[in-house]
Design a binder for this molecule. Structure first.
Ligand SMILES: Cc1cc2nc3c(=O)[nH]c(=O)nc-3n(C[C@H](O)[C@H](O)[C@H](O)COP(=O)(O)O)c2cc1C
Ligand code: SF4
Length: 650
C-alpha cells in the first residue's frame, strides 16, 4: 500500500513529469575532483539519493565562472565543454532511477575569498560581506554581460550532458541575489536602482536560456526574504517571481537568508519544521508555475500536510536526505520508524565551511556510499560481543549482525542509548532522542541478543568464546582537581538532565562552559533558575558548530545566564567558589548548588583483562577517546568494515 498520496502524486514541470513531489535540495558537498570535475564519489552520492526515491534531484551549486565564482574546495564546475562528459555520467546515474535531474548554476560574487579563488571577489558594488571582510571589485556592465553569457552557456552544457533542467542560484547572498538586493547593489546604471534594473541580470539569464533551450526546465532559487536591513523583502521578491514566469521560468524554489543574516538559510536545531513555508505560500498565490517550499522538514506526515493544504507544490529536503537518502521510499511504504533522523547538529555544513567534504553525524555512509557495501556471500559462523549500547555500541552491534555474525550486546544500565539519553534533554536537542529510538528500533529488528542490567566480566569471555569483542563502554565525567571539591556534594550533569534533581528558582553555578555545560545552563535557566557559568577558557563552547553555538549563546543571553570566561575556579567550600581572573583580585561567588560540567574521559575498565584477545579486541568511540557521536558512529562502521575485510575476507 502506498502511503502519503499527496507526496507521491506526479507533478508537471514544463514538459517534464516528475513521479512525486519530493525534491532533494541542492547541497554543495565538495566531493568533486579538485579541478571541479565529476568524481565517482559525486556519482555514487547522487545515485544513492535518486535510488532512495526523490522525484527531483538538484545537483549542488556548480560554478559557471571559475575561478572568480567559486565558493569552496571540491565544487563542481559547469563552465567548459570539457565538463560535459562527467556531468553526462552524473545526469544518467540520476535519471536511470526515475528522478528528474537538475543542476544548480552558481556564482559566489562577494561571498567568497581570494584564498579560494586566487582573485579579488567581484560584486555589483564594492561593499564587503561582513562575514567575509574582503572588499569586492565592482563589475562593469560589460563584465556583467559576460557573466550572463556564462550562465546561459552553462545551461547549454547542462542540457548537452542530459540534465532535465537547470536552477539559477539567485538566493543566499550569492552574486545574483547581490544584484537583486538593494543592501548589496548600490549601482546607478541599468543594473542598479529600480527593481527592474536590479533584476535585469536574472531576467536576461532566464530569457537567454529559454531562447536557446525551449525544452529545458528552468528553476530559480530565490530569497523571498534576505533577513538583512535594506535587503530583499517579500513584496519585491514576489514581484520578481511574477516577472520570472513570463520570462520562461518553470519552477520557483523559495528560500531565504544570506551569510550576513546567519541562521535562516541553514537553520540551527531550534527552528521549527516548515517555519518558512509562509514564504512559498505567498509566492504560490502570485504565480501559476509550481513552487517549492521547505526548510527543516523531516516528517513525511508534515510534508504531506503542507501539500494537502496547498501551501506549495513540491517539498525540498536537504539535510533530511543526507541523514537518510531512502526517506522517500520509506515514507511511501509507511516504514517511518526506519527513517534515520537528522539531528540538525549542522556538522555537515560545518565540514563544508572548513573546506572539507561533507559528512553526516548520523549517517556514516554519506560521502562514502560504496565503502561499506560488503558482498553478501555467506559468512562462516562467528560470534561477537559488543559491550556498551551508546551510539558506538549500537551501530557496531547492528552492523555486525547485518554482516551475518552472532552478536550479543551487553549493557550495564536497564536501557540502551548511553549518553544519547542525556544529550537529548537540553532545549532543542530532542532529535537526539529520536536518533536513540531509531537505533534501538533497528537493534530490535536485528538478531542481536540484548543483555541489559549486566556488567560484562572477564569470565564471560570463557563462557561465550566470542571471536571478536567490541568495547564501546563510553565515557564518564571528569572530576576536576580543585581544592575543597566534594564530588558527592555537587550536582552532576546526569542528575540534572535525567531529572533526578530538579532545581527551581535557585542560583546555580555551572563549572565548565564547554558545549555540555552551556546546554545544561540553558536547560536550568529554562526551568526558571538563575545560572552562572564559570569557564577557564576565553570563550564558551569553542568547539561547537557555529550556527547552533550562536543560537545557544543568544538564548543564554535572553535567559539572563551570567557568563564568566577566563575564570579559573581555585577553591570550593560547600557552595562557595573562589574564582581567579587575569589581573583581577579573586572573586567569591555563593550559590544554592554547584553543577560540575568539566567534560568526560574514556571509560574502559575491562581493557587490561581483555587485552589478551589481541587484535580481536576493538575499542571504539568515547571509550577510546572522547569525541562525540559523529566519531563514535563512524568508528563503529569502520570497525565492522575492517572485520569484514580483514577477518572474514568479504
Ligand atoms: C551541506 C550543505 C550544503 C548546501 N549547499 C547548498 C547549495 O549548493 N545550494 C543551495 O541553494 N543551498 C545549499 N544549501 C541549503 C539547502 O539547500 C537547504 O536550503 C537548507 O539546508 C535548508 O533545508 P533543510 O532544512 O531541508 O536542510 C546547503 C545546505 C547544506 C546543509
Ligand atoms: S550532519 Fe547533522 S545536520 Fe547534517 S545531515 Fe547529518 S545529522 Fe543532519
Amino acid at each position: 500500500m502506498e502511503h502519503f498520496p499527496a507526496l507521491f502524486a506526479p507533478v508537471q514541470i514544463g514538459s517534464l513529469k516528475l513521479k512525486n513531489r519530493i525534491a532533494m535540495a541542492p547541497m554543495l558537498v565538495g566531493y568533486a575532483h579538485q579541478d571541479g570535475r565529476v568524481s565517482q564519489s559525486v556519482i555514487d552520492y547522487y545515485e544513492t539519493r535518486a535510488q532512495g526515491g526523490a522525484g527531483l534531484i538538484f545537483v549542488e551549486a556548480a560554478c559557471v565562472d571559475s575561478p572568480a565564482g567559486l565558493e569552496g574546495m571540491g565544487q563542481l564546475r559547469v563552465d567548459e565543454d570539457t565538463c560535459v562528459e562527467g556531468l553526462a555520467r552524473l545526469a544518467q546515474a540520476i535519471k536511470q532511477h526515475g528522478a528528474g535531474a537538475f543542476i544548480q548554476l552558481f556564482h559566489a560574487g562577494r561571498q567568497t575569498k581570494k584564498s579560494i579563488t586566487g582573485v579579488q571577489p567581484v560584486a555589483p558594488s564594492p561593499i564587503s560581506c561582513p562575514m567575509i571582510n574582503e572588499e569586492p571589485r565592482q563589475l562593469d556592465s560589460r563584465e556583467i554581460k559576460v557573466i550572463e553569457e556564462k550562465f546561459i552557456k552553462a545551461a547549454h552544457y547542462a542540457r548537452s550532458a542530459g540534465f532535465d533542467g537547470v536552477e539559477i542560484h539567485a538566493a543566499h547572498g550569492y552574486l545574483i541575489n547581490q544584484f537583486l538586493s538593494p543592501h548589496s547593489n548600490q549601482r546607478h546604471d541599468e543594473y542598479g536602482g529600480s527593481l527592474e534594473n536590479r533584476m535585469r541580470i536574472l531576467m536576461n539569464i532566464v530569457k537567454g536560456i529559454r531562447n536557446i533551450n525551449p525544452e529545458l526546465a528552468i528553476s530559480v532559487r530565490i530569497n523571498i526574504d534576505d533577513f538583512v536591513p535594506q535587503g530583499l523583502k517579500e513584496d519585491e521578491s514576489i514581484e520578481i517571481c511574477r516577472h520570472l514566469e513570463p520570462a520562461g521560468a518553470s519552477l520557483i524554489h523559495c528560500s531565504c537568508g544570506t551569510y550576513e543574516s546567519g541562521l535562516t538559510s541553514i537553520e540551527p536545531a531550534s527552528y521549527q519544521q516548515g517555519w518558512k513555508i509562509y514564504l512559498a505560500e505567498a509566492v504560490k498565490k502570485a504565480v501559476s508555475i509550481p513552487v517549492i517550499g521547505g526548510g527543516m522538514v523531516s516528517s513525511p506526515q508534515f510534508a504531506s500536510q503542507l501539500l494537502e493544504e496547498g501551501r506549495c507544490d513540491l517539498i525540498f529536503l536537504g539535510r533530511t536526505l543526507l541523514a537518510d537518502p531512502h526517506w522517500p521510499n520509506k515514507a511511501r511504504q509507511g516504514e517511518l520508524a526506519d527513517i534515520r533522523p537528522c539531528i540538525r547538529c549542522n556538522q555537515c555544513i560545518s565540514s563544508n565551511f572548513k573546506g572539507m567534504p561533507v559528512s553526516c553525524t548520523v549517517n556514516p555512509h554519506t560521502g562514502r556510499e560504496k565503502q561499506f557495501q560488503w558482498t553478501t556471500k555467506p559468512v562462516p559462523k562467528y560470534r561477537s560481543a559488543v559491550i556498551g549500547s551508546g551510539p558506538a555500541g549500537l551501530q557496531a552491534a547492528i552492523s555486525l549482525s547485518r554482516l551475518g555474525l552472532e552478536v550479543t550486546l551487553f549493557e550495564k544500565e536497564i536501557q540502551g542509548g548511553g549518553l544519547m539519553n542525556l544529550a537529548g534533554m537540553p532545549p532543542h536537542k530532542q532529535r537526539i532522542l529520536d536518533l536513540r529510538d531509531y537505533m534501538l528500533g533497528q537493534l530490535k529488528q536485528s538478531k542481536v541478543e540484548q543483555v541489559y542490567s549486566y556488567e560484562f566480566r572477564p569470565e564471560d569471555v570463557d563462557r561465550l568464546k566470542p571471536d571478536f569483542i567490541v568495547m564501546a563502554t563510553g565515557s564518564v565525567p571528569v572530576i576536576p582537581d580543585i581544592e575543597g571539591i566534594e564530588p558527592k556534594g555537587h550536582l552532576s550533569l546526569e542528575e540534572i538532565l535525567t531529572g533526578k534533581v530538579c532545581p527551581r528558582s535557585q542560583h546555580l553555578l555551572v563549572i565548565g562552559g564547554g558545549e555540555n555545560g552551556c546546554e545544561t545552563a540553558d536547560f536550568l535557566a529554562q526551568a526558571g533558575n538563575k545560572v552562572t557559568i564559570i569557564e577557564a577558557g576565553r570563550i564558551l563552547a569553542p568547539g561547537m558548530e557555529k550556527k547552533n553555538r550562536r543560537d545557544l549563546m543568544n538564548r543564554l543571553q535572553t535567559r539572563g545566564v551570567v557568563r564568566k570566561t577566563s575564570s579559573q575556579v581555585i577553591k570550593i567550600d560547600k557552595n562557595r567558589v573562589w574564582i581567579a581572573r587575569e589581573q583581577e583580585s579573586p572573586e567569591i561567588i555563593e550559590a544554592d548548588a554547584i553543577v560540575l560540567a568539566v567534560g568526560y574521559k574514556p571509560y574502559h575498565p575491562l581493557y587490561k583483562d581483555l587485552k589478551q584477545l589481541g587484535d580481536n579486541l576493538y575499542i571504539i568511540g568515547d571509550a577510546l577517546r572522547v569525541r562525540g557521536f559523529k566519531s563514535a558512529i563512524l568508528e563503529a562502521e569502520l570497525t565492522v568494515s575492517m572485520i569484514a575485510r580483514q577477518k572474514l575476507g568479504i
